[in-house]
Design a protein around this ligand. Structure first.
Ligand SMILES: N[C@@H](CCC(=O)N[C@@H](CS)C(=O)NCC(=O)O)C(=O)O
Length: 248
């Protein structure tokens, strides 16, 4: 079982945490999508991470992958039981994947951290300020209304909780954390998600990545306990994104 994708990606992290919670042994090829090889293009036609490889099965898209994991290893469940709750869980996950994906990943994390380093492009301060001061607070007001007063969204931890926890890691990596005075329920809920052991180990791996240079990264990840694959779908030079204007 191989997960192709860096622990820093919220979508890849979702899959790694799900496999860990289910106790499914897996290896990770922690590549950044822009550094994918031709072989990566063959397993990921949108050149996106994560990809799950289970024997001769190749799956793309974190939601599709998490559904496969849930159906193949039902215990412990990472979805609620009733059709109503399951539908709500799917919507909450989709909202984060699309809206937080746009705001936190592309217009914040990518602009402030990835674009300057990989594509030598500086962030536009006015665009960053708009996300930080206008759009993210609006989204946070909605998330605050969904956040559970205690525990997790549906009692036990589910894919939807992991998804929100993952996006807010990327916000933290570029210096934005949930203000507990303004959004107290959301702040406490995300802190609980980050503290779940299967999630917390990915924070150690993420730190091993962000605190090292390329050539030191593999050793740092292995020292932190990550199980990495021998073979990699990465290469040394970056390529533009197929899908995203910002990364072309
Ligand atoms: N809907 C996809 C989104 C995956 C995604 O956008 N991953 C990002 C990394 S955080 C990526 O690979 N981006 C490269 C690109 O879009 O060119 C999923 O849930 O897996």
């Amino acid at each position: 079982m191989l997960v192709v994708g860096s622990y820093v990606s919220p979508y890849a992290r979702k899959v790694v945490v799900a496999l860990t919670l289910k106790g499914v042994a897996h290896e990770v090829d922690p590549i950044t999508p822009f550094y994918g090889s031709d072989e990566f293009s063959r397993i990921s036609p949108l050149r996106r991470i994560p990809v799950l490889i289970d024997g001769d099965l190749v799956l793309n898209d974190s939601t599709v992958i998490c559904e496969y994991i849930e159906e193949t290893w039902p215990e412990p469940p990472l979805m609620p039981r009733s059709p109503r709750d399951r539908a709500r869980a799917r919507w909450l996950e989709e909202y984060a994947d699309s809206r937080l994906g746009d705001l936190i990943i592309w217009r914040f994390f990518f602009a402030l951290s990835v674009a300057p380093r990989v594509f030598k492009r500086d962030a536009d301060p006015a665009a960053i300020a708009r996300v930080r001061d206008v759009e993210l607070p609006e989204v946070m007001d909605w998330i605050e209304a969904q956040a559970p007063a205690e525990g997790f969204l549906f009692g036990h931890i589910c894919t939807a909780d992991i998804t929100y926890g993952a996006f807010f890691r990327n916000a933290a990596l570029v210096g934005w954390t949930i203000d507990p005075d303004r959004w107290p329920r959301a702040a406490a809920w995300i802190a609980r998600v980050w503290a779940v052991p299967a999630f917390a180990t990915t924070i150690a791996y993420e730190q091993a990545i962000v605190s090292t240079r390329n050539d030191e990264r593999r050793a740092a990840l292995e020292a932190a306990g990550a199980r990495l694959s021998e073979h990699s779908y990465g290469e040394r030079s970056p390529r533009a994104s197929i899908m995203l204007e910002q990364a072309r």
